[in-house]
Design a protein around this ligand. Structure first.
Ligand code: NAD
Length: 250
C-alpha cells in the first residue's frame, strides 16, 4: 500500500527545486497531483513527464500566488478534476539578495511578504472550505529554518517565514477537530535556484557551519512533506519540522 494512494494533491510552487521534488515524491506514493506555478512554461512538460515516470498521474496549471484569483482558480481546478482535494502544499517562495535591514528596498520587502506569506494564506483560505466540508485534509506550508534562526541580511525573508510558522500553527488549532491537519516544513539550506541565487561566500560559510557539512538536495526535503501529507500525520497539529542538516536553533 502506497502512503498517498488514492489521494489528490495540489502543489503550488512546483516548477523547480523542493516543490518539484515534492510532486515526484507524492506521485511515487500514489497521489494524483495538480502542479501549479507561475513559472510553468518550459518546465511544465518535463515535470509532467517526470511525474509520469515516477509512476503517477499529474496535471499542471499556471498560478501566481500574488494574485488571489489565480490561487482560487488552482484550488477550483483541482476539485473539478479530482472531485475532492485531500492535500495542499503551499510552497511558492522567493528570497532576496543579502542586504542589511536599513538598506532594504521596500518594494522587495513587500514582494517577499506577498509571495511567502500572503500566498500561503490565500492557499489555505481557498482550500479549507473544501477540506472542512469533506472532513479531511492535509495542508503543508513551506517556511524555512530561518523562521527559527533568523539571519542578518535576510530580515524580510526570515520574518516572512516566521509568520508562515505562526500562521500555520494558529490555523491548525482552529481546524484540527474537523479532520484537517495543517503543518509546516522548515528546510535548511537546499541546493535549488533560490539557494544558488544567494551570495556565494555566504553559501560556502553556511555549508561549512552545518554539522553535515553540505547543503541538502530537494529529494532529501521531500519526505517530510510526504509524511505530513499522509494519514500517518493525524496527530501532528500545527508543527514545523526541519530537515536541515543539523542546523539547530539552540
Ligand atoms: P526554487 O526557486 O527552485 O522554487 C521556488 C518555486 O516557487 C519556483 O518553482 C517558482 O517558480 C515558484 N514561485 C515563485 N514565486 C511564485 C509566485 N508568485 N507564484 C507561484 N509560484 C512562484 O527554490 P526552492 O528552494 O525549491 O524554494 C521552495 C520553497 O522552499 C520556497 O518557499 C523557499 O523559500 C523555501 N526554502 C528554500 C530553502 C533553500 O535553501 N533552498 C530553504 C528554506 C526554505
Amino acid at each position: 500500500m502506497l502512503r498517498l494512494e488514492g489521494k489528490s494533491a495540489l502543489v503550488i510552487g512546483s516548477a523547480t527545486g523542493i516543490g518539484r521534488a515534492v510532486c515526484l515524491a507524492f506521485a511515487a506514493e500514489g497521489a494524483t497531483v495538480l502542479a501549479a506555478d507561475h513559472g510553468l512554461r518550459d518546465d511544465k512538460r518535463t515535470l509532467l513527464e517526470a511525474i509520469s515516470s515516477a509512476g503517477g498521474r499529474a496535471l499542471a496549471c499556471d498560478c501566481d500566488v500574488t494574485k488571489e484569483a489565480d490561487v482560487r482558480g488552482a484550488v477550483e481546478a483541482a476539485v473539478a478534476e479530482f472531485g475532492r482535494l485531500d492535500i495542499m502544499v503551499n510552497n511558492a517562495g522567493i528570497g532576496l539578495p543579502m542586504r542589511s535591514f536599513v538598506e532594504c528596498d521596500w518594494e522587495d520587502w513587500q514582494r517577499v511578504f506577498d509571495v511567502n506569506l500572503v500566498g500561503v494564506a490565500w492557499g489555505m483560505k481557498h482550500a479549507l472550505p473544501y477540506m472542512l466540508a469533506q472532513g479531511y485534509g492535509r495542508i503543508v506550508n513551506t517556511a524555512s529554518q530561518l523562521a527559527h534562526k533568523p539571519a542578518p541580511g535576510a530580515a524580510a525573508y526570515s520574518a516572512s517565514k516566521a509568520a508562515v510558522v505562526a500562521l500555520t500553527t494558529a490555523v491548525a488549532m482552529e481546524v484540527a477537530e474537523r479532520g484537517v491537519v495543517v503543518n509546516s516544513v522548515c528546510p535548511g539550506p537546499t541546493d535549488t535556484h533560490t539557494w544558488r541565487a544567494s551570495d556565494p561566500d555566504w553559501r560556502a560559510w553556511k555549508a561549512s557551519q552545518l554539522p553535515i557539512r553540505r547543503v541538502g538536495e530537494p529529494r532529501e526535503i521531500a519526505p517530510a512533506y510526504v509524511y505530513l501529507a499522509s494519514d500517518e500525520a493525524s496527530y501532528m497539529i500545527g508543527q514545523s519540522i526541519s530537515p536541515n542538516g543539523g542546523d539547530v536553533s539552540w
